[in-house]
Design a protein. Structure first.
Length: 115
């Protein structure tokens, strides 16, 4: 099992490589449990404000897969549940009495792009 600092550093590196420089403000992680009672990870990728408006579904999926695969290559066997949020959403979430380790952090909602 990897430690928290290495998990977060690797996830940020992979997300930045996948989404682009300046896209990721921070990454946080916390242990959780999956639906079968197995140890898992809760990862929250905090996106830079300007980037959050241009993110699309294929980028989200690619990032999730790349993070999972990279962690697994480093020996991390816990499944990573990945959420995306913005700095503003995270501030509002914490102001409501929650913390960024919650597995119930609302995922970023995507607006359809105009063609």
């Amino acid at each position: 099992m990897m430690d928290k600092a290495n998990i977060e550093a690797l996830a940020k590196q992979v997300a930045t490589a996948t989404l682009g420089i300046g896209s990721v403000a921070s990454v946080s992680s916390a242990p959780t449990i999956d639906s079968e009672g197995q140890d898992a990870l809760q990862l929250t990728i905090v996106l830079s404000p300007a980037f959050a408006t241009v993110l699309n579904g294929s980028q989200v999926v690619k990032t999730m897969v790349q993070v999972h695969d990279s962690l697994q290559k480093q020996g991390e066997q816990r499944f990573p549940f990945v959420n995306f949020t913005t700095e503003g959403e995270l501030i509002r979430f914490k102001a409501a009495g929650n913390d960024d380790r919650s597995p119930f952090l609302t995922p970023l909602l995507f607006k359809p792009r105009k063609s």
